[in-house]
Design a protein around this ligand. Sequence first.
Ligand SMILES: Cc1ncc(COP(=O)(O)O)c(C=O)c1O
Length: 444
Amino acid sequence: MKIVWGIDKVIAENLAPFQMPGHKGRIEQAIYQYDMTEIPGTDNLFNPKDIILDTMRLIADTFGASHSFISVNGATGAVLGALSTAFNKGDEVIMMRNSHISVYDGVFLLGIKPVYIYPDENMLERLKELVTDSTKGVVLTTPSFYGEVIEDDVFEFLVEKGVTIIVDESHGSHLKLIDEELSSMRYADIVVHSFHKTLPSMTQTAIMHLCTNKFTPSFAQKNIKLFMSTSPNYVLMRSLDIAIDIYISQGHELMQNLLAMCADFKDKLEAETDFYIVYKNGKQDKTRLLIRHKNSVDYGAIDRQLRFMGVQSEFSSQLGLLMMPSIMTIQEDFDRLLDALKRVVIQEIEPVYYKIFRPEQGLPIREAFLQPDYPLSYQDAVGHIVTEYIIPYPPGSPVIVPGEIMSRELADYLDTFEGNIVGLEHEGYVNVIDEDKVELAEII
Ligand SMILES: Cc1ncc(COP(=O)(O)O)c(C=O)c1O
């Protein structure tokens, strides 16, 4: 019996509730009755034997994984669980510099030694240089936020080398509905899916799939548990179960429909406006729509107008407007988007360029993160070791991470950068290690 049926069965028992949670299912909103705890009839996420086990098995069978574990702490928890399953303190792990912050958090928590591949590098060529006998594993993100999928030759090389492959496929839980070959599950040891991003489940639901038998399920279970609440939310787990039902029963049909709507939208957009859709040559998720204008325009202003006209994008940056339709998107949504894009007032601006920086490392991430610090302006911070991430949009990947040294070139760039900078406590300032306090602490 799966989670949905199990929960409905317990509700039908109309219990006198002397167990958690405190709302007792009596708040007059339907969702509360599904919020349960571990009682007979439900199950235990960390030692699943009943309804959760059945749903996890169904998910594993559906995705062709050997085992699938539910995360109620999003892909963030699943990425941390995957890294903790695969790596140990001091392990040398190759990762993409534009990885999600959860990968960096794993590096910090586990004391991993990261080796970066930068976004402007040819991934395969760089991996051929970087993979050595001391490489413990590789963490890749595919597809990107923009739907770009890593090509097979990269994975074939890694499989041949025998290194552990962890894939953050957060943006690709739906990929197998388009084409089995878009997913990295046939190559990776562990794949993380942020279900809620593209499939019809609630925010914070995700899956960690074991795809090979490199790690035992019990070890993986023990590790993912480290990053979850001990009171996993049944409303979330039930929504995951509902999503998997939709995936199995209607997923392919809904996906064909979505692909047709995306293609039709692209044709109309490009025929009737000066906007166009950017798809990478090669492997690309065609349901991920990065909309650009033929001139250099202010996408933030366009995005605000879209919202005024009742259309919400995923985000905008100077790279364009990002739309994330899913199998639940309907034709009317595309019609409204097209109509709004025809009506927006375009403001042309000077193009914003972004650069890729390779700052020198002064300290490992973990050590830098834990040091006493204080804020300095970018220019004054030159030569200092920073203790935080600076993430300009575009492109949305960190230009400097804790432990790296601020350079004049980077400070000048940040001073003149016109997009958004995420991750800073104060605009124009960055936290750097407070050498005086470190010295004082050492003397004491
Ligand atoms: C590439 C990538 N990985 C992981 C995550 C974390 O996902 P979640 O929100 O499910 O914790 C995100 C979230 O945006 C992401 O973009």
